[in-house]
Design a protein around this ligand. Structure first.
Ligand code: BT5
Length: 244
């Protein structure tokens, strides 16, 4: 399979948000153009949440990805990016890493990476990836977080690491393009949430428990409720893995 060469990655000393930085370009991108920093001062998560990456110990990278044919929503793109990041983190030696639907990479229940995909009007999706690299246990931003260092992986060269991460994403993009629209089949093996007992948090005041039984071709999670046995389609919510 011939893969496109990736454009040179722009490394910034510091920036508010790598996603915002790329989005400001208003659609003038080369495919797989990326920007990265170890000092992101106002990293954004989903739903107005934030991503902590001010310490210089993590990596924030955003990539302009060509919108996948037939995929209109950011959610499915986010799952595709998540599956690439999962494989990459596992390839670094963290074999027990898992993807929690929709966009967290966890190791033993602790978050090592988060993904934020934002659609642009010009046929690209800006995919933002935050990864904790060098934090020691006492430098982690949250109790439920971890880093590659804590998991025993030492990153020697951040630029090379970033390059390999982007290259890995290009490979997953090419494989996904070839798999047409059978997204459930393509993505399900990457999603650790499947088969788990979960709490679906719809709003602060409304949550329910069930078993995650599958994923549909729109990337939505199918959860069978414990309360009434109905299989519900979860489009947008936070999902917590319950202890078995
Ligand atoms: C995410 O949102 O996990 C998406 C994070 C995306 C960050 C990247 S960095 C490059 C690009 N530029 C940006 O501005 N953003 C992207 P969400 O699922 O909403 O999770 C946010 C939650 O993760 C926070 O509320 C915290 O609980 C937790 N969190 C924040 N920083 C963390 C960190 N460094 N490590 C682990 N967990 C963290």
């Amino acid at each position: 399979m011939d893969l496109p060469a990736i454009p040179p990655i722009e490394f910034l000393t510091s920036v508010d948000s790598t996603n915002s930085y790329l989005l400001q370009r208003n659609g003038s991108y080369l495919p797989f153009q990326a920007v990265a920093t170890q000092s992101q001062m106002a990293g954004r998560g989903r739903l107005g949440r934030s991503w902590e990456s001010t310490s210089g110990l993590g990596l924030a990278v955003s990539i302009a990805l060509p919108v996948m044919a037939g995929v209109a929503n950011a959610g499915l793109h986010s799952l595709l990016v998540g599956s690439a990041v999962l494989r990459f983190v596992q390839g670094q030696g963290v074999v027990e890493a898992q993807m929690k639907w929709p966009n967290d990479i966890l190791v033993g229940g602790r978050k090592i990476s988060g993904i934020l995909c934002e659609m642009t009007p010009a046929g690209f999706v800006v995919a933002g990836i935050g990864i904790n690299l060098f934090h020691a246990e006492n430098q982690l931003p949250l109790q439920e977080s971890t880093s590659l260092a804590v998991e025993g992986v030492h990153v020697e060269d951040v630029r090379r690491f970033t390059h390999n991460l982007v290259e890995n994403l290009v490979k997953v993009w090419a494989a996904a393009e070839n798999s047409a629209t059978n997204w459930s089949k393509f993505l399900s093996p990457s999603i650790g949430t499947l088969g788990q007992r979960v709490k679906v948090v719809e709003t602060q005041d409304h949550s329910w428990d069930g078993v995650a039984e599958g994923l549909n071709d729109d990337g939505h999670l199918l959860v069978r409720s414990f309360q009434d046995g109905v299989l519900r389609t979860v489009v947008a919510a936070d999902v917590l893995h319950l202890r078995q």
